[in-house]
Design a binder for this molecule. Structure first.
Ligand code: KIV
Length: 265
């Protein structure tokens, strides 16, 4: 299992980091047998698993529920990151620490926080308390309303300077890694060069120290969702529909179950 000190070593040795979201124990069991480095219990669980239209609806309880399932499935074989959900970092230090504690006790090895500005003291405090923090900048989906939609961020030189400064701030506060979501490759590369902690990109081009994708998206479960940055590695929806249709057909035509699939008297 990858450990926190090994993230920096990976960067130093130019070994890329792979991260995939995971919200349940069945997929965690499969991922535990894969070479994937990191499992992220993201707040995208509110959309992917709970059918909500944004990540705003995720709660400490829902993230803890999914984290516990993933921790059981992966059985200590993968490094787990759990998201601090919407506003959990903005209701005072005690609230945030309690939330992080809940997530670590559910099985996470670290937490991820969207936005660094305004969270500096908290990140520092968590890190000093033994709770590793992964920062997340760029298109931070919890800010969807402030951004006016899910849009590529940091397009202008001023916005890029601000992003670079906030990335440096993440490192200064003690974050061990930084997710960069939907930002132009040029600024992602510059941040990656300037920081000693690894960057993990999603829609941030090939130059970051690692890449992350949402499991259901990369497996093609939702082919209607096709952002530019997404590569699908399986035609999941068609394969699953074929399996359901085959089962349905076998039931209708009495081909399932056979005697071999039944218990004798
Ligand atoms: O919740 C999530 O899935 C994420 C990734 C997109 C980085 O935060």
């Amino acid at each position: 299992m990858l450990t926190v000190p090994e993230f920096a070593k990976r960067k130093k040795n130019q070994e890329k980091i792979s991260m995939i979201t995971c919200y349940d124990s069945s997929f965690a069991r499969i991922l535990a047998e894969s070479p994937i480095d990191v499992l992220l219990v993201g707040d995208s669980s509110s959309m992917v698993m709970q059918g909500e239209d944004s990540t705003i609806q995720a709660t400490p309880e829902s993230i803890a529920f999914f984290t516990r399932s993933v921790a059981r499935g992966s059985g200590g074989r993968k490094f787990l990151v759990a998201d601090m959900p919407f506003l959990s970092t903005r209701k005072g230090l005690r609230h945030a620490v309690n939330c992080a504690e809940t997530l670590l006790k559910a099985g996470a090895h670290s937490i991820k926080i969207e936005g660094v500005r305004g969270n500096e003291k908290l990140i520092h405090h968590l890190v000093e308390s033994g709770i590793p923090v992964m920062a997340h900048l760029g298109l931070t989906p919890q800010f969807v309303n402030a951004f006016g939609g899910m849009k590529v961020q940091a397009k202008t030189p001023n916005e890029q300077e601000r992003l670079l400064e906030e990335s440096r701030m993440a490192e200064r506060c003690g974050a061990f890694a930084l997710v960069l979501e939907c930002v132009p490759s040029g600024i992602a590369n510059r941040i990656t060069r300037e920081l000693s902690i690894p960057t993990i990109g999603i829609g941030a081009g090939p130059g970051t120290d690692g890449q992350v994708l949402v499991l259901q998206d990369m497996l093609g479960f939702n082919p209607e969702f096709r952002p530019k940055f997404l590569r699908t590695y399986l035609d999941g929806k068609s394969l699953i529909l074929d399996a359901f249709a085959s089962f349905h057909e076998d039931v209708k035509t009495l081909q399932f179950p056979t005697e071999q699939e039944s218990y004798p008297q």
